[in-house]
Design a protein around this ligand. Structure first.
Ligand SMILES: Cc1ncc(COP(=O)(O)O)c(C=O)c1O
Length: 396
């Protein structure tokens, strides 16, 4: 008999998106012409300044441990980005740099959430939220709106109980591409501050918006903002997912210090080369961000045109991110069954909506190149022309 794993290990699920990436990669490696529309990273190359900084640093051969919560140079670059973006100054002891926004978020949960505490977030949500909350012993409370993709502030806040430790928002939202409105943000910020509940803004897609849209600034509605935690990173902004740099900013200095202790006792610090590159990207020419947005906006338009050719599929125009979240329930109410069918029969990878808390939907990314987007959606259309879910369900 093999040695038993921990209870925690047996209750935490895989990341469906990372699993899908692995399956798509394996099929490609086996020579199958897979079109991957399930991805979560821009294909844009990293900014030249970031790459040059890595080369220079590597050539110095001085690649060492960095201060656990991040180098001062990078913290200062983050602080100036934060002040410009949120119009609120923060100090160096109010920021912690981590291995991606994901670790920043995880450190927050470790530092703030006790077993039994609840963390409230709207549906649809990023796939990792429930599992990350469970990993620290917390209880995920996912709020579904009457209007499927649109939770109102009153619906969200009605889910708050005395056990609620934090509210978690992601705007624009992965997977729906929606930006929460000024009224929504104002109501949640004011409620959370008044009731002493952490409000975590996962702002990883904040700059990736289209049609001149503006993402409401939570700091505009906060007083002391002690409960507010701003999470961000370079993964999506500069297409530097592989460098693994993200951060959290909060004027709750005890929280940031506690997150620092969690990090110091787990990963010690971040990669020296990655921190150097992230600082160079933040301090360098920002035209790459507007070019990326322009490219993504064009990709979105191409995707929407192609999706419009598939009968009975409903999709909202994404205001930001690089994801569309389309209702395919006419074809099959089980999004897992449908995405499995599409991967096997059409060789197109898309992510089932169930993973985001919205059954019947598929998340289709538009961060791939336009030829792949067109080819992928056309394959989906052809595969669905004679699709008989009840038979496909049996066979696939
Ligand atoms: C909503 C959301 N938050 C956080 C992350 C994690 O980003 P990072 O690569 O910085 O860890 C992702 C990545 O897909 C995301 O979609």
């Amino acid at each position: 008999m093999s040695i038993l794993l921990s209870t925690l290990a047996t209750t935490i699920g895989d990341s469906p998106t990372l699993k899908l990436n692995a399956t798509a990669r394996a099929l490609k490696a086996a020579g199958k012409p897979v079109v991957h529309l399930g991805g979560g990273e821009p294909t844009f190359p990293a900014p030249v300044a970031a790459v040059e900084a890595i080369i220079q640093k590597a050539q110095s051969r001085n690649i060492k441990y960095t201060p656990s919560s991040g180098t001062l140079v990078l913290k200062q670059a983050i602080l100036s980005y934060t002040e410009k973006t949120y119009n609120r100054p923060y100090a160096a002891n109010q920021v912690i740099v981590s291995a991606g926004a994901k670790q920043a978020l995880f450190n927050f949960l470790l530092a703030a959430v006790d077993p039994g505490d609840e963390v409230v977030f709207p549906s649809p949500y990023w796939v990792s939220y429930p599992e990350m909350i469970k990993l620290v012993g917390g209880t995920p409370v996912c709020v579904k709106g009457k209007n499927k993709l649109n939770v109102t502030a009153s619906e969200l806040l009605a889910a708050v109980t005395p056990k609620t430790k934090a509210i978690l928002l992601n705007s624009p939202c992965n997977p729906s591409g929606r930006i929460y409105s000024e009224e929504f943000i104002k109501a949640v910020v004011e409620f959370a501050e008044k009731n002493n509940i952490f409000l975590v803004m996962d702002d990883i897609y904040r700059e990736l918006v289209f049609d001149g849209a503006k993402v409401p600034n939570p700091c505009a509605y906060a007083n002391e903002a002690k409960n507010l935690v701003l999470i961000n990173g370079v993964s999506k902004l500069y297409g530097m997912t592989g460098l693994r740099i993200g951060w959290a900013v909060s004027s709750h200095t005890d929280l940031i210090a506690a997150m620092g202790r969690m990090q110091a006792q787990s990963t010690s610090c971040n990669c020296d080369l990655s921190e150097t590159a992230a600082a160079a990207a933040l301090l360098g020419d920002q035209s790459c961000v507007s070019e990326l947005c322009k490219q993504l906006e064009e990709n979105r338009n191409v995707l929407l045109e192609e999706l419009a050719q598939i009968p009975q599929v409903n999709v909202e125009k994404p205001q930001g991110t690089f994801y569309s979240f389309a209702d395919f329930s006419h074809y099959n109410p089980s999004s897992e069954e449908l995405s499995k069918f599409l991967l096997e029969k059409a060789l197109v990878a898309v992510v089932p909506g169930k993973a985001f808390g919205a059954e019947g939907y598929l998340r289709i990314s538009f961060c791939a190149d336009q030829a792949s987007i067109i080819e992928g959606v056309r394959r989906i259309r052809r595969a669905l022309e004679n699709y008989q879910p009840h038979l496909a369900g049996i066979n696939s």
